[in-house]
Design a protein around this ligand. Structure first.
Ligand code: ADP
Length: 575
C-alpha cells in the first residue's frame, strides 16, 4: 500500500527531525550556559587581576616613599665620598644635602653611619656616627642602639653575598619595618666603604602613609567591593585597614589575595578580601537574567517542538484512520446498494411473481435501505460536527421523561437482540438544558455499542442519578470491556480498538466521537469506566439548571418549551 508506506517513511523522518531538534536545542543550551559561565568567570578574573594590580601599585607606592631622598645616589662618585670622609670625617656637601632632606622626612627618626673600618657593634672602643641635621655633619655617639646594629648586620651580610656580581654603587636592605640600610659600594675595588642606617618611624609609616593610602585607594568597601588589611603576621596583629567597618575575621571574610612588600617590611603582609564588587554583582545579575531567559526560551522551544510533533503524529493517525474509513465506507455503501439493485432488477423484470418471494425481496430492499439511511445519517452527523453546523435546539427538559420515552421506543429492538434492559431513575431530578434529538443520538450510539461489544452476558442498565450540580445518565453493559490504555482514545474520530471482537463488528470509530461532541455541545461531559471481560459504563453528565436542591416546579415547564418560554423561565427563575 503506497499510502501507508509513504506514511511510515514520513513518520521516520519526523522522528529523525524531532531527535535532531532536541539534540540541537540541548547542544545550544549547553553551549550557551557554558559561555555564560565562562564569561562570568573571565569577568571575575579580570576584576581580580585589576585588584591584584591595584595591590601591586599600592606596595610600589609605599616603597617609593622610602626612596625619596636617594634618587640621585647612583650618580655619586663613591670614591669621592670615601676620600672626603677619610680626610674631613664628613661627606661632600651635595651628599650632606641629600641626608639633610632625609632627616627632615618624618618617616625617618635618625641617620647613623658605620664606616667599614669601624666595628662599633662588636667593639665599643670603635666609633659610630650619627647625623646631626642642625650641624649638617656626622658626630660620634657613645651609645650604640641594638636596632642600628641589627640593620648594619643585615646590610653587611646581604652585600657580602652579592658584591662580586653587583653593578650598582649602593644597596638598600630593610630590617623589617625597623630600619632602612644603605650600603655604599666602591664598584672599582668591589668594597663597601660603609653603611648608612635610617631608623624608621613605625607610627608615621603605619598611620600617615599606609593607612591613608589604603583608605584612599581601596575604601569605602561598599563602593569598591574590596577590603584590605595590613597584618603583622609575626605579632598576629592588624595594623591598618582600608575600611574600619570591616573587622579582620577569616571566618567571615575569605582572604582572596595576599600581597607582600617587595624586599621590605618582611613581617608585614596585605590581606585582601573581595566582597561583592559592583562589576561582579552586575555580572552575576546578568548571568541570572540570562539563565532565566534561556530557560524560558528552551522550555518554549521544547514545548513547541513536542507540540508540533504530537500534532503531526495525531494528524498522521487521523489521516490513516480516514483512509481506512474511506475504503470501508465505500465498501459498505456499495453492499446494500448492490442487494437493492439486484432485488429491484428481479422484481422490475417481472421474473419474480411468487407472492412469498416478492415479500422477501421487498424486505431485503427495505432492510438494506434502512441500513443505508442509518449509515448516511451518521456520515451527515460527522460532516455537520466537522463543519460546525450542528443545530442546537436546547430547552429545559426533565431527563427522566426523555429517557423513559427513549426506552419505550427502543426496548423491543434491544430485547430482540437478546438483551435485558433495565432503567432506573432517582426521583425529583432537576431540569437540564438539552436538545432532545441530540440526547437520542447519544443514547442510540451508547446502546448500539453496548449491543455490539457484549458477547456473553447480555444486559444493559440505564440509570439516571441526581447530584448537587448535575444529572448523570449512565449506560452500563456486562460485555467485553476494554483496556485502560485505549479508554482515552475511543472518543477520537475514526478510532477503533483493534481486537478480534471489533474485527467482527461493523463500525468506523465515529459513534463515540459524535456522542462526545453532542454531549459537549449541550454543556455536558462524558467518561467511561471499563474492565476487560467485565463490561463498560459510559456516564454522561449535564449541569442542572438549578444547583443544589432549591426547588422548582418541573411539571410547570413543558419538555419542549419554545424559545420565548425559555426566556421567561430564565428571567423569572434562573438568572
Ligand atoms: P465503532 O463502534 O464504530 O468502532 P465507536 O466510536 O462507537 O466506534 O467506538 C470506538 C471503540 O470503542 C470501539 O471500536 C470499541 O472498541 C470501543 N467501545 C465502544 N463502546 C464500547 C463498549 N460498550 N464496550 C466495549 N468497547 C466499546
Amino acid at each position: 500500500m503506497p499510502f501507508f508506506n509513504k506514511m511510515r517513511k514520513l513518520n521516520s523522518v519526523r522522528w529523525l527531525f524531532l531527535s535532531l531538534g532536541i539534540v540541537a536545542v540541548l547542544a545550544l543550551t549547553a553551549m550557551n550556559i557554558y559561555s555564560l559561565y565562562a564569561l562570568r568567570e573571565s569577568t571575575i578574573e579580570a576584576a581580580k587581576d585589576n585588584k591584584k594590580s591595584q595591590l601591586d601599585e599600592f606596595t610600589f607606592q609605599v616603597r617609593h616613599q622610602f626612596g625619596g631622598p636617594f634618587r640621585e645616589l647612583r650618580k655619586l662618585d663613591i670614591e669621592k665620598l670615601e676620600s672626603s670622609w677619610n680626610v674631613s670625617g664628613n661627606f661632600p656637601a651635595h651628599f650632606i644635602d641629600v641626608l639633610g632632606k632625609a632627616s627632615e622626612d618624618p618617616l625617618y627618626d635618625d641617620i647613623y653611619y658605620n664606616p667599614s673600618d669601624s666595628d662599633a657593634c662588636y667593639d665599643d672602643t670603635q666609633p659610630l656616627y650619627k647625623f646631626d641635621p642642625e650641624l649638617k655633619m656626622f658626630t660620634m655617639v657613645d651609645e650604640v642602639p641594638d636596632l642600628v646594629c641589627d640593620g648594619f648586620g643585615i646590610s653587611n651580610s646581604r652585600v657580602k653575598a652579592l658584591i662580586d656580581e653587583y653593578r650598582f654603587n649602593n644597596k638598600v636592605t630593610f630590617d623589617a619595618h625597623r630600619s632602612m640600610n644603605l650600603a655604599l659600594i666602591n664598584l672599582d675595588d668591589k668594597v663597601v666603604i660603609g653603611h648608612l642606617n635610617f631608623t624608621i618611624n613605625r607610627d608615621y609609616l603605619i598611620n600617615e602613609i599606609i593607612d591613608k593610602k589604603l583608605k584612599e585607594q581601596f575604601g569605602p568597601t561598599d563602593k569598591t567591593g574590596i577590603v584590605v588589611w595590613l597584618r603583622d603576621w609575626i605579632q598576629d596583629d592588624i595594623l591598618s585597614s582600608s575600611d574600619e567597618q570591616y573587622t579582620y575575621n577569616r571566618d567571615v571574610y575569605e582572604i582572596d589575595m595576599r600581597q607582600r612588600f617587595p624586599e621590605m617590611l618582611e613581617n608585614w603582609i596585605l590581606h585582601a578580601s573581595f566582597l561583592q564588587s559592583p562589576t561582579v554583582a552586575a555580572t552575576n545579575a546578568s548571568l541570572t537574567r540570562n539563565l532565566i531567559v534561556l530557560g524560558f526560551a528552551v522550555i518554549v522551544l521544547f514545548g513547541a517542538l513536542v507540540f508540533m510533533f504530537i500534532n503531526a503524529q495525531r494528524e498522521r493517525e487521523l489521516a490513516q484512520r480516514q483512509a481506512g474509513f474511506l475504503a470501508n465506507i465505500t465498501h459498505e455503501l456499495k453492499t446494500p446498494l448492490a442487494v437493492m439493485q439486484a432485488a429491484g432488477e428481479n422484481i422490475s423484470d417481472g421474473r419474480v411473481k411468487d407472492g412469498q418471494r416478492l415479500k422477501s425481496y421487498g424486505e431485503h430492499i427495505y432492510n438494506e435501505s434502512v441500513r443505508l439511511r442509518k449509515m448516511i445519517e451518521k456520515l451527515l452527523d460527522v460532516a455537520k460536527v466537522d463543519s460546525g453546523q450542528t443545530v442546537l435546539e436546547q430547552a429545559p427538559h426533565q431527563l427522566d421523561d426523555l429517557v423513559t420515552d427513549f426506552v419505550k421506543s427502543n426496548k423491543q429492538y434491544i430485547q430482540s437482540k437478546g438483551f435485558d434492559l433495565n432503567f432506573d431513575s432517582d426521583s425529583d431530578l432537576p431540569l437540564v438544558m438539552i436538545d432532545p434529538d441530540h440526547l437520542e443520538t447519544i443514547l442510540n450510539n451508547l446502546i448500539e455499542n453496548a449491543i455490539k461489544y457484549s458477547s456473553d452476558t447480555k444486559q444493559i442498565d440505564i440509570q439516571l442519578t441526581k447530584n448537587s450540580d448535575d444529572v448523570e445518565i449512565s449506560v452500563a453493559d456486562k460485555g467485553d470491556g476494554m483496556a485502560k490504555k485505549v479508554q482515552k482514545l475511543i472518543f477520537e474520530k475514526f478510532y477503533r480498538v483493534e481486537n478480534s471482537l471489533t474485527a467482527k463488528t461493523k463500525g468506523h470509530g465515529l459513534g463515540l466521537a459524535i456522542v462526545k461532541n453532542m454531549v459537549e455541545l449541550n454543556g455536558g461531559t462524558i467518561r467511561v469506566e471499563s474492565t476487560e471481560g467485565k463490561g463498560s459504563t459510559f456516564t454522561v453528565s449535564f449541569p442542572a439548571l438549578i444547583k443544589g436542591q432549591d426547588q422548582y416546579e418541573p411539571t410547570s415547564f413543558a419538555p419542549q418549551s419554545t424559545d420565548s418560554e425559555i426566556k421567561n423561565i430564565d428571567s423569572k427563575q434562573y438568572v
